[in-house]
Design a binder for this molecule. Structure first.
Ligand code: MG
Length: 251
C-alpha cells in the first residue's frame, strides 16, 4: 500500500510538471498509423525457399526458359542433378523479365579448385539490373589472390565486404540481396544512387552501401541514365560456377 501511494504521488508530480511547463502529451492514438495495411505474404518453410509473392527465376530443376544470353539466344549452360552450371565461353545470361528495386535470393557454388586454378577461380557475378555487380568468387581461406573489393560479396571494385563469410569450394552458398535501384530525374541526371544490402550465408556483409555507378573493370564508375527496370544478369567468366534456388521479390 505504501509503494502504491508512492507511485501515485510520483505520477501526479510528473503530470503536474508537464502541465506547468506546457508539455502535455498528445493522446496515444496520435501516433497510431492505420493508413496502409501490409499485404499478406506467406513465408516459406525454410529460408532458401521462395515466399508466396516471389518470382521464381530458377528452382534448381527443370529448364532455363526464363533466361537467355544477351543476344536473345537460348541458354547454353549445363543443367545437371544439382542445378545449372556455367559452360565456359558461352557468355553471360539474363532474365527475360525486367526488374528494378528488389529482394533477391540466389545460391551458388564454385567448382573443384583442382579444375579451376588461377586468378579467375570461381569468378562469376550477380548483376542487378544487368549493370551493378555483386561478385561471386572462390574466397574461402582467402589470401591475396585478388584485391579485397574483388572477392566474394564485394560490389566489384567499389565496396569491400564487411567480413568474409565464404564457405569452402564446392559447398552451396547463398546471397540475400536488397537492392534499391537508382532513380533518375526527368532530364536524365541522377536523382538518387543505387544502394545494396547483402547477407552472404546469412551473415551481413554489405550494409546499405551506396553504389558509385555500374561496374567497370577499368576506370572509375559513373551513372548513366537507364530504364527503371532491367534484366537480372549472371556472369560467365570462364569458371564452372553452379546456381540453384534463384528467386526475386519486386519492391
Ligand atoms: Mg565477377
Amino acid at each position: 500500500m505504501k509503494y502504491h501511494q508512492g507511485s501515485t504521488i510520483l505520477l501526479l508530480n510528473i503530470l503536474l510538471i508537464q502541465y506547468a511547463s506546457g508539455q502535455t502529451l498528445p493522446p496515444a492514438s496520435a501516433t497510431e498509423d492505420w493508413s496502409t495495411k501490409p499485404p499478406v505474404v506467406v513465408p516459406a518453410e525454410s529460408a532458401e525457399l521462395p515466399p508466396s509473392d516471389a518470382v521464381v527465376l530458377y528452382s534448381g530443376k527443370g529448364d532455363l526458359d526464363q533466361w537467355e544470353h544477351l543476344d536473345g539466344s537460348a541458354v547454353k549452360w549445363e543443367i545437371n542433378a544439382e542445378g545449372m552450371m556455367i559452360v565456359p565461353k558461352t557468355t553471360d545470361i539474363q532474365t527475360k523479365q525486367k526488374f528494378g528495386s528488389a529482394q533477391v535470393h540466389i545460391e551458388w557454388k564454385t567448382p573443384d579448385p583442382k579444375e579451376d586454378q588461377g586468378m579467375n577461380r570461381g569468378n562469376s557475378g550477380v548483376f542487378l539490373m544487368g549493370l551493378y555487380e555483386l561478385q561471386i568468387y572462390e574466397s574461402y581461406n582467402y589470401e591475396t589472390r585478388i584485391y579485397y573489393n574483388g572477392q566474394a560479396g564485394s560490389v566489384y571494385k567499389q565496396h569491400i565486404p564487411l567480413v568474409n563469410a565464404a564457405r569452402k569450394p564446392q559447398a552451396w552458398q547463398s546471397f540475400d540481396i536488397i537492392f534499391a535501384a537508382p532513380v533518375f530525374n526527368a532530364d536524365k541526371t541522377l536523382k538518387t544512387p543505387a544502394y545494396m544490402t547483402v547477407l552472404h550465408n546469412n551473415v551481413l556483409i554489405l550494409n546499405h552501401v551506396e553504389l558509385k555507378g555500374p561496374m567497370v573493370y577499368q576506370g572509375f564508375p559513373k551513372y548513366e541514365y537507364h530504364e527503371a527496370k532491367m534484366p537480372l544478369r549472371l556472369q560467365e567468366h570462364g569458371s564452372r560456377v553452379s546456381f540453384r534456388n534463384i528467386w526475386i521479390r519486386e519492391l
